[in-house]
Design a binder for this molecule. Structure first.
Ligand code: FAD
Length: 284
């Protein structure tokens, strides 16, 4: 349980972190809350020679409204989001998901940026950010760019992040008027990671589902948008029967994971159950 030796540098700003990354190259890893990286280092699954600590950069830790967007700094902790009134008022699934992550220590230190960069297939934030139609802001030595959450998670612990880039912020567009959201998960009882989690955002208009946004985590190798479920509910009344029928499409077109926590069949079953719960909670 003791990691390999490493050098430690504490970055004072995003630009300072980028300079340190350029200097140390592939041997360096960013350290935010440390709740994914440090366990991996102790298990020697990850053995960086240099850690660049970005966990105390104030410019990365905020949650604010900016024009029509909610902007969350990558360094905001799960606990910051759980207790943010502006986040809760924008989309309640943000605080619901934050509240369900790990335990108090994990929520106090773990960050939104760290969770998205790590892209654990069982992590909660990826599904929530896809359902919220968030955009992820990245800064690198060659400039800044924005990637839609839909395109960010590319596979098992894989993202669109380049080696020389830092996630700086997550931008969530103001949801349409009348939009409501919910996040529901079946959790691993020890870690509270999602065996399957579902985030849903629905906009009702004249008693019908005008816009539907649904995303899953835990079901396959990366979080993904459930376009089939969305299409099956769009334009329909959010009755229990219609929702139960729509969630039958959960998992279509993806390869469900199977491990010692849950088989492929059980995960598919959970996906339907938890999608129904999330959609019912968002619409009733
Ligand atoms: C006991 C336990 C229970 C947990 N339960 C849950 C749970 O229920 N749900 C859940 O979703 N997660 C859970 N987690 C994971 C937790 O949420 C982590 O905090 C999170 O996955 C990583 O965030 P971090 O800030 O700790 O990142 P770190 O561990 O510091 O870093 C993780 C990775 O992201 C990179 N990184 C960090 N910040 C940035 C950035 N701004 N830009 C680019 N790269 C960056 C690092 O280089 C590293 O590769 C749990 C962890 C533990 C230890």
């Amino acid at each position: 349980m003791i990691p390999n030796n490493f050098e430690y540098h504490r970055a004072t700003s995003v630009d300072d972190a980028l300079t340190l990354m350029a200097k140390h190259g592939m041997d360096a890893k960013l350290l935010a809350g440390g709740h994914s990286l440090l366990p991996a280092m102790k298990l020697r699954l990850n053995q960086p020679g240099v850690l660049i600590d970005i966990g105390r950069i104030d410019e990365l830790r905020y949650i604010k409204k900016e024009g029509n967007e909610l902007v969350i700094g990558a360094g905001a902790t799960h606990d910051d989001i759980a207790h943010s009134e502006v986040a809760r008022n924008t989309l309640s699934m943000l605080s619901e998901a934050a509240d369900l992550i790990g335990d108090v220590q994990v929520r106090n230190k773990g960050t939104l940026g760290g969770s998205l960069a790590h892209a654990d297939p069982a992590a909660d934030w990826p599904a929530v950010m896809i359902a919220a139609k968030a955009n992820i802001e990245l800064k690198g030595t060659n400039g800044s760019r924005t990637v839609a959450a839909d395109d960010f998670f590319t596979g098992f612990f894989m993202t669109a992040l380049e080696d020389n880039e830092i996630i700086t912020a997550i931008r969530i567009p103001a949801p349409p008027k009348g939009a409501r959201s919910a996040y529901q998960k079946f959790m691993q009882p020890a870690s509270r990671f999602a065996i399957v989690g579902c985030a849903a955002m629905v906009t009702l208009d004249g008693g019908e589902c005008r816009e539907v946004s649904v995303a899953f985590t835990g079901l396959s190798d990366a979080a993904f948008r459930a376009s089939n479920v969305e299409a099956a509910l769009k334009g329909k009344k959010p009755t229990e029967e219609n929702i139960a029928a729509a969630v039958q499409a959960a998992g279509e077109g993806v390869m469900p994971m199977s491990d010692h926590f849950a088989s492929e069949e059980y995960r598919l079953h959970l996906a339907r159950v938890y999608a129904k719960r999330a959609l019912m909670a968002a619409t009733q």
